[in-house]
Design a protein around this ligand. Sequence first.
Ligand code: CP
Length: 334
Amino acid sequence: MIPTLIAQTNGRNGRAAYLPFGEKRDGALFNQSILSVKQFSRADLEHIFAVAGEMRMMVERVGSFDLLNGKILAVLFYEPSTRTSSSFIAAMQRLGGGFIPINEVKYSSVAKGESLPDTIRTLEAYADVIVLRHPETGAAALAAQYARKPIINAGDGVGEHPTQALLDLFTILEERGGIDGATVTMLGDLKYGRTVHSLARLLSLHNVKLNYVSPDVLRMPRELAAELDARGVRQFQTESLDDVLDETDVLYVTRIQKERFANLDEYAALKDSYIITPATLTRARADMTLMHPLPRVGEISPTVDSDPRAAYFRQVEYGMYVRMALLAMVLGKA
Ligand code: CP
């Protein structure tokens, strides 16, 4: 069934956007690769989130529907993933499409030495869109140079993770009703954490203050901070969460990225730099939103999970709606 109803987005920010479901439109993302958050304007974000709100409503109403019937998604992951790969697959299935899962490239012809361009050119013969995670920064852009079909960057090394940043923003909207005016504190591994690189750039399209809390050796990359500074974003760097906790509206916690360290002794010395516990939250705002892209490996105690401010598992669910929206838009159905 292709729904024909006119749907209203139901975000708590009160936006009302009416878009016909199932009507083909050549929107801004139609047939486009999603490689970096740098490609998005604020108007693009509002459009994506309006469609994601509709996807949420449709899933709550009917579970799945045939918007992308006949379309196929290739899921090509050179690095481990639970959320990104599963949510793209779930998104495609809820939209009535099919998928080719290559979640473990060692069982593909990559293990025989096949290059990324050849792998992409092969998969696009079968699929309409390819989601790619790769350990090298720029891999998704390279893939897009060879592809005739859209490539969606699901994380390229320490570079970017644009769809994570989109779902992070959607989470803030859904949980708080808006983004402008917020103070967002990013905590943990800001050097290697690609999610914070993408999120900081997307937040810079809004009126926000960004606090960076990290060990000195894991600071936000200087070039990225300079890029945001040139756009007039207020930024503050510290090693102590206590310096900024009481002004924080959104606390975005990240794990120390073990896989990016050449020296595991250095990782071991840093891995427990910050641990969020119920005691931390007693000093935080009553309406703070606690987020994490996950997986966590100790930086948020499970004893925090029952606190209503802990939004990270709701964040996981929002990710599926955002990825449904992106697939529908890239394939010209929203
Ligand atoms: N947040 C995220 O990218 O999770 P996965 O590594 O499990 O996909």
